[in-house]
Design a protein around this ligand. Structure first.
Ligand code: NAP
Length: 461
């Protein structure tokens, strides 16, 4: 074989890579954006439209024909038309028989119709193979290429081959198909774009509620109480002092709340003696929101770090330092360094820094791009073992800082405990119960249950 022949082979068109023609019904925003992307990816595109006039908005290399004529040119037809107009497809049922119809439609409200749009389409055209796809990708994202937030394309359908054909197109467009099963899943997929941060609702409402409670608690004890009993106006505490008390408290409590459902789950499994019974709904919901709770906790911890770093810049801080120096000068006495205090302050800072470092590590490993690159054991090691270590360090940080107030009567203004005492209740409870659960006799039984052992097996072997 001569040298030229290999060049000729390399330059010859690879016929096996030739893409099949795709038909798109509807030359609206989505139809045009998808057509554009498909042409870029090498698919010949033919539009089926009510008007065959070419407008300059339509991708330049696409053909525009009547619906029936366009459908005959392709095995896959993408229906880029709103559901309320689907009736016009019924007279085309013969042309569409055996073809793959891709339903990309969305609704305006959750569960707007008794059946999903894709199932409705399948009922209208029983001779066609309906596949649901692309509804979670926006026309704007397709056109502008900013697909970072929505690369996933949920696909479902009853015909496995048809679904595979659609998933191949999805991949060719540089997107990631996610098989959601049969067409029954279409209702759920159609609801996705209508949901606003569904996994974040519970963690956000819980955090807002607790933040409001602790903020008011501090306002009452630090501002109102001081004003009434000491006639001092500390209302400026609202800007930095109180937020810098609420943020660490929230970070610590939310971090503990990430691990508390796991403790409840372990107790329930030990009590029932089996893992084969569902957890109560509230616990399931709580477990699903753990990552979000952890990320909100990290946000509070980061705010605490920033608030603490700006403390020396505050007028109140320099006034207090100046006051100390002047009082020593007036008394002509230098106060010796209190070594206990120096140890306490350095220890609580060191514990806080280490705790924050682990907190950030937990946050980073919960990012999909990172968690996808570690195996299940590594992920569990970081999220469980290092997570508990972060909880221990942060609890110790608070204990060392606030411990001295626990016994002091001044900590109980209006018989209410100091906010740091409140913040330690949940973390300490979690750590104590966890400590009991890792006792070898209990841990062994829990491990057996998690490996399938049952105290009263339903089906005896
Ligand atoms: P659109 O701009 O309003 O376009 C809809 C197209 O449907 C029209 O351009 C028209 O095409 C055709 N049409 C309108 N009335 C019709 C009728 N009575 N009979 C037959 N065809 C008719 O809407 P779109 O934004 O492209 O959305 C199309 C579908 O994609 C919707 O189901 C939507 O939920 C879904 N979707 C849209 C987006 C998005 O970002 N826009 C994202 C995901 C999913 P002709 O004039 O060519 O006939």
């Amino acid at each position: 074989m001569n040298k030229n022949s290999s060049n000729t082979m390399a330059l010859a068109p690879n016929t096996s890579n030739k893409r099949e023609t795709v038909c798109i019904f509807g030359t609206g925003d989505f139809g045009r954006a998808l057509g554009h992307k498909m042409i870029q990816s090498g698919y010949p595109v033919v539009y089926g439209s009510r008007s065959t006039q070419i407008s300059n908005l339509i991708p330049k290399d696409a053909e525009v024909l009547g619906h029936a004529e366009a459908a005959q040119k392709a095995a896959i037809i993408i229906i880029a038309i709103q559901r309320q107009h689907y009736n016009f497809l019924t007279p085309l049922s013969e042309v569409l028989r055996g073809k793959v119809l891709v339903d990309i439609s969305n609704n305006l409200k959750l569960n707007q119709y008794p059946e999903s749009n894709a199932e409705h389409l399948a009922q209208l055209l029983p001779g066609s193979k309906v596949v649901k796809a692309f509804n979670t990708v926006s026309a704007w994202a397709l056109q502008s290429g900013t697909l970072d937030a929505s690369r996933q394309v949920f696909v479902c359908g009853d015909d496995v081959e048809a679904k595979q054909m659609v998933m191949n197109i999805v991949r060719a467009l540089g997107l990631t198909p996610l098989d959601k099963g049969s067409l029954l899943a279409a209702q759920e997929i159609e609801n996705y774009p209508l949901q606003l941060f569904p996994m974040w609702k519970f963690p956000i409402f819980l955090s807002l509620g607790l933040t409001a409670f602790f903020f008011l608690y501090c306002v009452v004890l630090d501002i109102i109480y001081t004003y009434i009993y000491e006639k001092k106006d500390f209302s400026f505490f609202i800007a930095i002092t109180i937020p810098n008390r609420v943020c660490p408290v929230m970070a610590l409590i939310l971090l503990a709340l990430v691990y508390l459902p796991g403790i409840f789950a372990a107790i329930i499994q030990l009590y029932r003696g089996t893992k084969y019974r569902r957890f109560p709904d509230w616990l399931d919901k709580w477990m699903l929101g753990r990552k979000q709770l952890g990320l909100i906790a990290l946000a509070f911890a980061s705010l605490h770090a920033v608030f603490t770093l700006v403390t020396p810049l505050r007028a109140f801080a320099s006034w207090r330092t100046g006051k100390g120096i002047i009082s020593q000068a007036l008394n002509n006495k230098t106060e010796p360094l209190n070594h206990t205090n120096a140890w306490l302050s350095d220890s609580y800072l060191a514990l806080g820094i280490l705790g924050f470092f682990l907190f950030v590590l937990l946050g980073i490993t919960s990012l999909p791009s990172v968690s996808n690159n570690v195996n299940w054991r590594e992920f569990r090691f970081v999220q469980s073992k290092l997570g508990y270590l972060a909880l221990i360090l942060c609890t110790a940080h608070t204990l060392v800082y606030g411990g001295k107030w626990f016994l002091s009567p001044s900590a109980y203004k209006w018989y209410l405990p100091n906010i740091y005492i409140l913040s330690l209740i949940v973390p300490c409870a979690v750590l104590v119960v966890k400590f009991v659960l890792i006792f070898p006799c209990i841990d062994k039984r829990l491990t057996q249950i998690r490996q399938g052992w049952e105290r009263n097996p339903k089906f005896s072997k």
